[in-house]
Write a protein that binds this ligand. Sequence first.
Ligand code: CA
Length: 502
Amino acid sequence: MKITRILSVLLATMLLLCGVASAETPTVSVLAMNSWYSTVDLSDAELLNDIAANAGVTVEWHLNDPTTYADSVSPMLASGQDLPDIVQLPDLDLNMDYLSTGMFEPLDEHFDIMPNYTKFLDANPDIKATLTAVNGHIYYVPQTVVTNNYQPVMMYNMPWIEKLGIEPPTTLDAFVEMLRAFRDQDMNGNGDTTDEIPMSVEAANLPYMFGPAFGLDLVSGFYADDEGKVHYAAAEPEAYRNYLTFLNGLYEEGLLEVEFASLNRDQIVERFANDLTGVTFDFSWQMSTLYSAQYPNYDGETGIIVGAAPLSGDHEGFYVGRNAVNMIFGVNSKAKDLETAIKFLDYAMGEEAQDLYVWGKEGLTYEIVDGERQFLPRTTEDVDWFQGLGINAPNMPSQQSTPATDVLLAKWHVQNDREFEEPYIRAPFPVVYSTEEESAVISMYQVDLQTYVDERAIAFICGYASIEDEFDSYIETLKSMQVDELIAVKQAQYDRFAAAKQ
Ligand SMILES: [Ca+2]
C-alpha cells in the first residue's frame, strides 16, 4: 500500500513537472513565406527548430506559398484581425500603409531587450536609415541580401580577347575598338568572318553597362551627386544626351545589333554555346555557372567568359549595387506576449542564429577543411533536403552571406569578384519611406515618366528619333511631366535618409 502511494505521488509529481515544463515554453506564432522550392515545407525545419529551441520558444508557423504571398497576406493585413505575433510583410511598406495603422509595434521602444538587433543597426547605418520611418520610429526587422558582391558586371569572351592580344578594355574608346575587331575578324575560327556578333546584352542591362561612364546611375533613376543634390539621370541635359549619342553610334556601326531591344538571356546562352559572341553584361553569378559552362573545354579552373572592371568615359566607371533590405518582419502590437515575440525576433537576428541560417551545422551541412568551412556534398546533391533544413531561411530575418556564396562558386570566379567587381560597386539610390504627400506625387507621375523615358531611349538609340533635333523637346516634355516635382520628393527623402544615418 505504502509503495503504491509513493509511486502514485511520484507519478503525479512527474506529470505536474511535465505540465509545468511545457507551460513554461511560450509559443510565438509567425506568418511568413514558405520555401521557394515547391517540394519543400519549412514548418518543421531542423535549423529553424534549433533556433526556436535556443531562443526558448515553440514557433507556430503559418507559412504561405511565396509566389502568391502578397495576395494571401494583404487581405489579412487590411483587416488587421487575428494576426499572428510576428508577420513577414508582403512588401517593404514604403508608403507606410501598415505601420501608420499602429498594427505593428515600434521596436525602438523595446531596444533595451533587443541587443542583437541594436548591434546590427549600429553596424549597418544605411539599413538603419532605410528602416527609420518618417516619425523617427523603427518598426521592422530586415532580411538582407549581399549588396557589394556578385552584382551585374561586364563579361568578356577571354579566348577572343587573347586572340586580339589585348587586355580587357577599361575605357569606352578601347571597348569600341575591340567590338570593331570582333565584328570584322573570324574570332571563332570557323573560316567565316561574318558570323560573329560583337556584343549580346539584354536592353535592360544597357543602363547598368554604360550609364556610369557618363556619370549616370540610370539603374536607380535618381542619384545624389557629391554635394547631396538629387538628379534624375534621364533628364540630365548633357550627360544623358552623350549616353544616347554613344549608344546610337554603336547601333549605327552594327556593334549593337538591330534586334537588341528584344534579346533575352536564353538567346545569349545559345550564342555562347556556339561561340558567336564576345561580350555580355549580366549578374556575375552567370559567368561561371551559365556562360563559361557552355564551352566544352571549360574545366572549372580558368574562366572563359570572365568579368572585368567597369568602363570609364568622361567619368570614372562604377557598378551599381543594390539595396540590402529584401523583406521585413513586424511584431503585432496586439500580441498576447509582446516581450516573448520581440525577444525571439531579436534572437533570430543574432550571430548564433545567423550562423545556422547561412551554414547549418558542422557534420550535417559543412566540414572544416584547412581551417575553412566547406559545404558537404549532400548540400548540392540533395537540394530538397538542404533547403528543407531552413538554410538561408526565406521565412526568417536571415542575412545572405558572401563567404557562404563563395564556397559554391569556382575559385577563379571568387577572385574575379574581389578584383574586378567588389571594388567598383557604388550604392544605389537609397530606399526611403514616403510620406502620404510624397507617395501621391510618386504614384501620379513616376510610371508615366519612366514609360516615356524608356520609349524615347529606344527611339534615340535606333535613330527613329534624331538626338540632334528632338532631344531638347524630350527634356521639355519631361518637365511638363513634372520631373522637377519628383526630384523634389526624392531630394526630401534623400535628406531624411542622410539625417537618419547620423
Ligand atoms: Ca567566324
